[in-house]
Design a protein around this ligand. Structure first.
Ligand code: PAF
Length: 279
Protein backbone atom coordinates (compact mmCIF):
# COMPACT_ATOMS: atom_id res chain seq x y z
CA UNK A 1 0.00 0.00 0.00
CA UNK A 2 1.26 3.42 -0.95
CA UNK A 3 1.03 6.11 1.76
CA UNK A 4 0.96 9.76 0.66
CA UNK A 5 0.66 12.91 2.70
CA UNK A 6 0.37 15.64 0.04
CA UNK A 7 -2.38 16.47 -2.47
CA UNK A 8 0.31 16.59 -5.17
CA UNK A 9 1.42 12.99 -4.52
CA UNK A 10 -2.20 11.82 -4.29
CA UNK A 11 -2.93 13.37 -7.70
CA UNK A 12 0.20 11.85 -9.28
CA UNK A 13 -0.87 8.34 -8.30
CA UNK A 14 -4.47 8.93 -9.35
CA UNK A 15 -3.26 10.20 -12.76
CA UNK A 16 -1.17 7.06 -13.30
CA UNK A 17 -4.19 4.88 -12.56
CA UNK A 18 -6.41 6.97 -14.82
CA UNK A 19 -3.91 6.65 -17.69
CA UNK A 20 -4.22 2.89 -17.49
CA UNK A 21 -8.03 3.17 -17.43
CA UNK A 22 -8.52 2.07 -13.82
CA UNK A 23 -11.54 3.08 -11.73
CA UNK A 24 -11.18 4.49 -8.22
CA UNK A 25 -13.20 4.22 -5.00
CA UNK A 26 -12.64 6.70 -2.18
CA UNK A 27 -13.36 5.88 1.48
CA UNK A 28 -12.94 9.00 3.65
CA UNK A 29 -12.33 8.26 7.35
CA UNK A 30 -11.00 9.92 10.48
CA UNK A 31 -8.95 6.83 11.36
CA UNK A 32 -9.28 4.65 14.50
CA UNK A 33 -10.44 2.05 12.01
CA UNK A 34 -12.86 -0.78 12.80
CA UNK A 35 -14.84 -3.42 10.88
CA UNK A 36 -17.38 -0.79 9.82
CA UNK A 37 -14.65 1.02 7.87
CA UNK A 38 -13.41 -2.28 6.43
CA UNK A 39 -16.89 -3.09 5.16
CA UNK A 40 -16.83 0.25 3.28
CA UNK A 41 -13.44 -0.72 1.81
CA UNK A 42 -14.82 -4.01 0.51
CA UNK A 43 -17.85 -2.23 -0.98
CA UNK A 44 -15.40 0.16 -2.69
CA UNK A 45 -13.42 -2.74 -4.06
CA UNK A 46 -16.55 -4.37 -5.47
CA UNK A 47 -17.22 -1.23 -7.54
CA UNK A 48 -13.72 -0.14 -8.57
CA UNK A 49 -10.25 -1.48 -9.37
CA UNK A 50 -8.42 0.87 -6.98
CA UNK A 51 -9.29 1.91 -3.44
CA UNK A 52 -8.11 5.02 -1.64
CA UNK A 53 -8.70 5.44 2.10
CA UNK A 54 -8.19 8.86 3.62
CA UNK A 55 -7.37 9.37 7.29
CA UNK A 56 -7.89 12.95 8.39
CA UNK A 57 -9.30 14.06 11.74
CA UNK A 58 -11.08 17.08 10.36
CA UNK A 59 -10.95 19.91 12.92
CA UNK A 60 -13.69 21.98 11.27
CA UNK A 61 -16.40 19.41 12.04
CA UNK A 62 -15.73 19.48 15.80
CA UNK A 63 -17.43 22.03 18.03
CA UNK A 64 -15.50 24.03 20.62
CA UNK A 65 -16.32 21.72 23.52
CA UNK A 66 -16.06 18.49 21.57
CA UNK A 67 -13.43 15.76 21.47
CA UNK A 68 -11.02 16.94 18.74
CA UNK A 69 -8.04 16.83 21.14
CA UNK A 70 -8.86 13.34 22.40
CA UNK A 71 -10.27 11.76 19.24
CA UNK A 72 -8.90 8.17 19.13
CA UNK A 73 -5.98 7.70 16.81
CA UNK A 74 -3.51 4.88 16.08
CA UNK A 75 -1.91 5.54 12.73
CA UNK A 76 0.46 2.54 12.81
CA UNK A 77 -2.38 0.15 13.61
CA UNK A 78 -4.64 1.76 10.97
CA UNK A 79 -1.89 1.35 8.36
CA UNK A 80 -1.57 -2.35 9.19
CA UNK A 81 -5.33 -2.83 8.96
CA UNK A 82 -5.48 -1.14 5.55
CA UNK A 83 -2.47 -3.06 4.22
CA UNK A 84 -4.13 -6.31 5.24
CA UNK A 85 -7.32 -5.17 3.50
CA UNK A 86 -5.31 -4.63 0.28
CA UNK A 87 -6.08 -0.94 0.06
CA UNK A 88 -4.03 0.63 -2.76
CA UNK A 89 -3.44 4.07 -1.33
CA UNK A 90 -3.67 5.75 2.05
CA UNK A 91 -3.93 9.54 1.97
CA UNK A 92 -3.12 11.04 5.37
CA UNK A 93 -2.76 14.79 4.98
CA UNK A 94 -1.82 17.22 7.74
CA UNK A 95 -4.22 19.95 8.86
CA UNK A 96 -2.02 22.50 7.03
CA UNK A 97 -2.25 20.52 3.79
CA UNK A 98 -6.06 20.64 3.90
CA UNK A 99 -6.51 24.05 5.51
CA UNK A 100 -3.63 26.41 4.66
CA UNK A 101 -3.60 29.54 6.84
CA UNK A 102 -5.47 31.64 4.22
CA UNK A 103 -8.24 29.06 3.73
CA UNK A 104 -11.59 30.90 3.51
CA UNK A 105 -14.20 28.72 1.80
CA UNK A 106 -17.05 26.79 3.34
CA UNK A 107 -19.59 24.43 1.79
CA UNK A 108 -22.97 24.64 3.43
CA UNK A 109 -25.97 22.44 2.60
CA UNK A 110 -29.10 24.30 3.67
CA UNK A 111 -32.04 22.52 5.30
CA UNK A 112 -30.61 19.02 5.77
CA UNK A 113 -27.67 20.38 7.79
CA UNK A 114 -29.85 22.27 10.24
CA UNK A 115 -31.87 19.28 11.48
CA UNK A 116 -31.02 16.78 14.28
CA UNK A 117 -27.22 16.55 14.69
CA UNK A 118 -26.90 19.84 12.80
CA UNK A 119 -29.12 21.61 15.34
CA UNK A 120 -27.24 20.09 18.28
CA UNK A 121 -23.77 20.53 16.74
CA UNK A 122 -23.83 23.89 14.90
CA UNK A 123 -21.22 24.03 12.11
CA UNK A 124 -20.64 20.25 12.16
CA UNK A 125 -22.08 19.48 8.73
CA UNK A 126 -20.44 22.56 7.19
CA UNK A 127 -17.11 21.09 8.33
CA UNK A 128 -18.02 17.67 6.93
CA UNK A 129 -19.33 19.11 3.65
CA UNK A 130 -16.25 21.26 3.14
CA UNK A 131 -13.69 18.51 3.79
CA UNK A 132 -15.57 15.89 1.75
CA UNK A 133 -15.86 18.30 -1.19
CA UNK A 134 -12.12 18.94 -0.97
CA UNK A 135 -11.31 15.21 -0.80
CA UNK A 136 -13.53 14.58 -3.85
CA UNK A 137 -11.75 17.30 -5.83
CA UNK A 138 -8.33 16.12 -4.68
CA UNK A 139 -8.83 12.42 -5.47
CA UNK A 140 -11.43 12.70 -8.28
CA UNK A 141 -12.77 9.18 -7.59
CA UNK A 142 -15.51 7.39 -9.52
CA UNK A 143 -17.31 6.35 -6.34
CA UNK A 144 -17.16 7.25 -2.67
CA UNK A 145 -18.47 5.06 0.12
CA UNK A 146 -20.07 6.26 3.37
CA UNK A 147 -21.68 4.34 6.24
CA UNK A 148 -25.40 4.47 7.00
CA UNK A 149 -24.78 4.86 10.74
CA UNK A 150 -24.10 8.53 9.94
CA UNK A 151 -27.22 8.70 7.79
CA UNK A 152 -27.69 12.47 8.00
CA UNK A 153 -24.06 12.94 6.95
CA UNK A 154 -24.66 10.57 4.02
CA UNK A 155 -27.64 12.65 2.84
CA UNK A 156 -25.74 15.94 3.24
CA UNK A 157 -22.95 14.47 1.07
CA UNK A 158 -25.44 13.17 -1.52
CA UNK A 159 -27.03 16.64 -1.71
CA UNK A 160 -23.75 18.55 -2.13
CA UNK A 161 -22.52 16.07 -4.75
CA UNK A 162 -25.70 16.53 -6.77
CA UNK A 163 -25.90 20.30 -6.26
CA UNK A 164 -22.27 20.92 -7.23
CA UNK A 165 -22.41 18.43 -10.14
CA UNK A 166 -19.46 16.52 -8.76
CA UNK A 167 -19.12 13.40 -10.93
CA UNK A 168 -18.77 10.96 -8.02
CA UNK A 169 -21.26 8.15 -7.38
CA UNK A 170 -22.13 8.02 -3.67
CA UNK A 171 -22.64 4.51 -2.33
CA UNK A 172 -23.84 3.74 1.19
CA UNK A 173 -22.76 0.81 3.35
CA UNK A 174 -25.04 -0.77 5.98
CA UNK A 175 -24.21 -0.16 9.64
CA UNK A 176 -21.92 -2.83 11.07
CA UNK A 177 -22.84 -3.91 14.62
CA UNK A 178 -21.39 -5.82 17.52
CA UNK A 179 -23.18 -9.10 18.36
CA UNK A 180 -25.21 -7.18 20.99
CA UNK A 181 -26.44 -4.69 18.37
CA UNK A 182 -24.21 -1.72 19.23
CA UNK A 183 -23.28 0.13 16.02
CA UNK A 184 -19.50 0.15 15.53
CA UNK A 185 -17.98 3.60 16.01
CA UNK A 186 -14.48 4.86 16.76
CA UNK A 187 -15.97 6.72 19.73
CA UNK A 188 -17.15 3.46 21.37
CA UNK A 189 -13.60 3.25 22.75
CA UNK A 190 -14.59 6.09 25.14
CA UNK A 191 -17.20 3.86 26.85
CA UNK A 192 -16.53 2.22 30.20
CA UNK A 193 -17.35 -1.45 30.82
CA UNK A 194 -20.66 -0.58 32.47
CA UNK A 195 -21.56 1.86 29.69
CA UNK A 196 -20.85 -0.84 27.10
CA UNK A 197 -23.65 -2.83 28.73
CA UNK A 198 -26.12 0.06 28.43
CA UNK A 199 -25.11 1.17 24.92
CA UNK A 200 -26.80 -1.71 22.96
CA UNK A 201 -30.16 -0.63 24.43
CA UNK A 202 -30.10 2.18 21.86
CA UNK A 203 -30.47 -0.30 18.99
CA UNK A 204 -32.99 -2.55 20.76
CA UNK A 205 -35.10 0.54 21.57
CA UNK A 206 -35.00 1.65 17.92
CA UNK A 207 -36.15 -1.83 16.87
CA UNK A 208 -39.00 -1.96 19.43
CA UNK A 209 -40.15 1.53 18.45
CA UNK A 210 -40.11 0.47 14.77
CA UNK A 211 -42.30 -2.53 15.60
CA UNK A 212 -44.72 -0.38 17.58
CA UNK A 213 -44.92 2.19 14.77
CA UNK A 214 -45.60 -0.52 12.20
CA UNK A 215 -48.44 -1.77 14.40
CA UNK A 216 -49.82 1.72 15.13
CA UNK A 217 -48.79 4.14 12.39
CA UNK A 218 -50.83 7.07 13.76
CA UNK A 219 -49.15 7.22 17.14
CA UNK A 220 -45.56 8.06 16.12
CA UNK A 221 -44.98 10.98 18.49
CA UNK A 222 -46.25 9.07 21.50
CA UNK A 223 -44.15 5.97 20.64
CA UNK A 224 -41.00 8.10 20.23
CA UNK A 225 -41.60 9.85 23.56
CA UNK A 226 -41.99 6.43 25.27
CA UNK A 227 -38.79 5.15 23.61
CA UNK A 228 -36.88 8.25 24.74
CA UNK A 229 -38.05 7.72 28.32
CA UNK A 230 -37.00 4.07 28.23
CA UNK A 231 -33.47 5.08 27.14
CA UNK A 232 -33.26 7.35 30.20
CA UNK A 233 -34.52 4.50 32.39
CA UNK A 234 -31.86 2.19 30.90
CA UNK A 235 -29.12 4.59 32.04
CA UNK A 236 -28.59 7.10 29.21
CA UNK A 237 -27.90 10.52 30.72
CA UNK A 238 -29.80 12.49 28.10
CA UNK A 239 -31.31 12.07 24.66
CA UNK A 240 -30.81 14.75 22.00
CA UNK A 241 -33.56 13.36 19.78
CA UNK A 242 -35.59 10.23 19.10
CA UNK A 243 -37.51 11.08 15.94
CA UNK A 244 -39.06 9.59 12.87
CA UNK A 245 -37.89 11.53 9.82
CA UNK A 246 -38.25 11.42 6.07
CA UNK A 247 -34.90 9.97 5.01
CA UNK A 248 -34.51 12.40 2.09
CA UNK A 249 -35.56 15.71 3.64
CA UNK A 250 -34.73 14.83 7.28
CA UNK A 251 -37.99 16.51 8.30
CA UNK A 252 -40.25 14.97 10.98
CA UNK A 253 -43.23 12.97 9.76
CA UNK A 254 -46.51 11.96 11.34
CA UNK A 255 -47.31 9.05 8.98
CA UNK A 256 -45.16 6.28 7.49
CA UNK A 257 -45.24 6.31 3.71
CA UNK A 258 -42.17 4.19 2.92
CA UNK A 259 -39.10 6.45 3.03
CA UNK A 260 -38.73 7.02 6.74
CA UNK A 261 -36.22 6.15 9.43
CA UNK A 262 -36.11 6.49 13.19
CA UNK A 263 -33.09 8.52 14.26
CA UNK A 264 -31.62 8.78 17.73
CA UNK A 265 -28.73 10.51 19.49
CA UNK A 266 -28.21 9.77 23.18
CA UNK A 267 -25.50 10.48 25.73
CA UNK A 268 -23.61 8.17 28.05
CA UNK A 269 -20.92 9.72 30.20
CA UNK A 270 -18.17 8.49 27.86
CA UNK A 271 -19.72 9.29 24.50
CA UNK A 272 -22.66 10.57 22.53
CA UNK A 273 -24.05 7.70 20.44
CA UNK A 274 -26.08 7.98 17.24
CA UNK A 275 -27.98 5.28 15.40
CA UNK A 276 -30.95 4.90 13.05
CA UNK A 277 -33.39 2.25 11.83
CA UNK A 278 -35.18 2.05 8.49
CA UNK A 279 -38.94 1.79 8.83
O1 PAF B 1 -17.60 9.96 8.94
C1 PAF B 1 -16.46 10.42 9.11
O2 PAF B 1 -15.55 9.72 9.54
C2 PAF B 1 -16.18 11.87 8.79
O3 PAF B 1 -17.26 12.67 9.09
C3 PAF B 1 -15.72 12.08 7.33
C4 PAF B 1 -16.81 11.69 6.34
C5 PAF B 1 -14.47 11.26 7.04
C6 PAF B 1 -15.40 13.56 7.09
O4 PAF B 1 -14.39 14.00 7.93
Amino acid sequence: MKVVYSIEDLRKTVQTWRKSGETIALIPTMGALHDGHLSLVSIGRSYCQRTIVTIFVNPTQFGENEDLATYPSDFIQDKKILEKANVDLLFAPSVKEIYPSDFATQISVKGLSQEMCGAIRPGHFEGVATVVTKLFLQALPDTAIFGEKDFQQLQVIRRLTADLNIPVKIISGPTVRDADGLALSSRNSYLSESELKIAPVLYSTLKSAAQAIKANNSNIEHICEGALQSLLTAGFLSVDYFDVRDENTMMTVTKIKGAERIFCAAHLKGARLIDNFKL
